[in-house]
Design a protein around this ligand. Sequence first.
Ligand SMILES: Cc1cc2nc3c(=O)[nH]c(=O)nc-3n(C[C@H](O)[C@H](O)[C@H](O)COP(=O)(O)OP(=O)(O)OC[C@H]3O[C@@H](n4cnc5c(N)ncnc54)[C@H](O)[C@@H]3O)c2cc1C
Length: 500
Amino acid sequence: MNIAALSEQHSVQDVGYFDVLIVGAGISGVDAAYHLQQNFPERTFTLLDTLESFGGTWLTHKYPGIRSDSDLFTFGYKWKPWMGAPIATAEEILKYMNEAIEENQIDEHIRYRHKVLNAEWSSEEKQWTVVAENLESGEFLKFTCNFLWMCQGYYHHAEGYTPEWEGMADFRGPIVHPQTWPEDLDYKGKKVLVIGSGATAATLVPAMAADCEHITMIQRSPTYFAPGLNRNELADTLRELDVPDEWTHEIVRRKILHDQEEITRRSFEEPEGLKAELIAGAREYLPEDFDIETHFTPKYRPWQQRLAFIPDGDLFQGIAAGKASVVTDQIDRFTEKGILLKSGTELDADIIVTATGFNLCVLGDVDFAVDGAPVNFADSVGYRGFMFSGVPNMAWVFGYFRASWTLRADLISDYVCRIFQHMQDLGATVVTPELRPEDSNMQIRDWVDPDNFNPGYLTRSMHLMPKQGDHEPWVFTQDYWREKDEFPAASLEDGALKYT
Ligand SMILES: Cc1cc2nc3c(=O)[nH]c(=O)nc-3n(C[C@H](O)[C@H](O)[C@H](O)COP(=O)(O)OP(=O)(O)OC[C@H]3O[C@@H](n4cnc5c(N)ncnc54)[C@H](O)[C@@H]3O)c2cc1C
C-alpha cells in the first residue's frame, strides 16, 4: 500500500523534516548516527527502530549462550575501544553499545517501537516521505528527509526460517526456533535435538549440554569450526604494559585483520592445507576414535560459509564429555517421539530446536517508490554494494560475511559522509547512482557470487536481492581488504554518481 492509500485509511500525523533518517538501531544504525554527528553536527537526524531498545540482532536473539562468533576488536566500532575478551555475549555487546550511544548522546535521537512502512522519493520536492507506525500507540507518522540511511540489517527479526518437515504436527514436545526462544523453556534433564550446525547450533549445544539429559546436533552436512582460546595475547600484553585503550584497540584490530587476510587468501589459494589445519584443530579436542571424517569434514572450501570461532572448543568439549553428540544424516520425518532419519534410526526427544537460519529481508520490507513508481530492488544494480541505481539519496549498510559486519558499516559511514561533503561543496542536494553509457553492456550478476559465499539464507532469496555488475563501481566484492583501500580513495566524480 502506498502512502496515499494508507492516508485514506488512517490519519497520518506529520512529524516534520530531518536532514537524515536512519532506519535501525542495531550496530549499523548507531555507527551511522555517530559518523553523521561527528562530521556534520549541524544536520538534524532521527533514528527509527521497530524494537523496544537498541541492539538489533543482539536484542532479538535470547537463546542460551548467545554470543558473537567473530572477535569484538573488529566487530566493535573502530571509534570505541573494546575492553573485554574477543568473543562476547549478547549482554556484553549490548552494554558496549549502550555506552557508545550514551557517550555520544545518540539516545535522544532514537524513536523505538516505530516500524517504517513506506519510503517515497519525490524529485520535485527533493526529499523522501517516510511513514512509520508507532507500535505503542497505533498512530501512523509521516517524516520527511533528504537522505535515507537504511541500517535495518538483512533478515526478518520477527521470525526465523524453519523448513517444513513431514510429521511436525505429530511431535508431542515443543519445536523451538532460536530466534524466538521461549523464556520459560525448561530443558533441565530433557533430551534435546538441535537441527543445524551453523554458529547458532555450535553456541546452543555447549550452552545447554550441562543441563540437558543429552543434546544431539543433527546436521545434513558438516561445518568448519575454528576452536581457540577466548583471549587475545597481544591485547593482554598491551594492557599489561598500560598502553592506552585506543592504541590497544587499533593495534589488535590490525593484527587480527592481518591474520584474517592470510586465512582468506589461503582459503582461495591453498584450501586443502587450510582445511587440514581446521580439522586438526577439532581433533585436538575430540576423543581419538571420534569419526571426524563423517562429522567435521565439510565438502565445501573453507570460508565459502561463515567460519565460526568456538571459544575454548566448547562444542567439542561437550561431545568429548559425552553430554552432546553429533549425527550426520538426513531427516526423513518428525514422529511423535522425535525424529526419524533417512538411515532408519529414530532419535528420541523432549524438545526439538530448529537452528535452521533466517529469512532474508530486503530493505526492511519497506515499500519504496521513486516518483510514484514502486522500486523493485532486484531490478537495480548496487553501487559498490551500498547505493542503488535509480534510487536517489539512499544507502543500505550490508556488512561482511567473512570479516566482521561492522568493518563495512564503518567504511560505508565514512563513504556516505564523504559524499555528503562533496554534495555540500557542489551545492547539490541529490545524489543518484546511474548506469553510464560504458556500463550498457555490463554483465549483470547476483548480489553475492555463490561460489564466493553460499549460505542457505542467501541462496534461498538471492532472486529478491539487488544485482551487481562486472566492473567498478558496480561490484560488491565482500572483500574488506580491497574495500578498505578502495573506498576512501574512490573518486566521487566517476560519472556514475549524478548530483543535482
Ligand atoms: C545470532 C547472530 C549472530 C551473529 N554474529 C555475528 C558476529 O559474531 N559477527 C558478525 O560480523 N556478524 C554477526 N552476525 C550478523 C549480524 O546480524 C550483524 O553483524 C549485525 O549485528 C547486524 O547489525 P545491523 O545493525 O546491520 O542489523 P540488525 O542487527 O539486524 O539490526 C537492524 C535493526 O533494524 C530494525 N528494523 C528492521 N526493519 C525495520 C523497519 N522496517 N522499521 C524500523 N526498524 C527496522 C530492526 O528492528 C533491528 O533493530 C550475527 C547474526 C546473528 C543473527
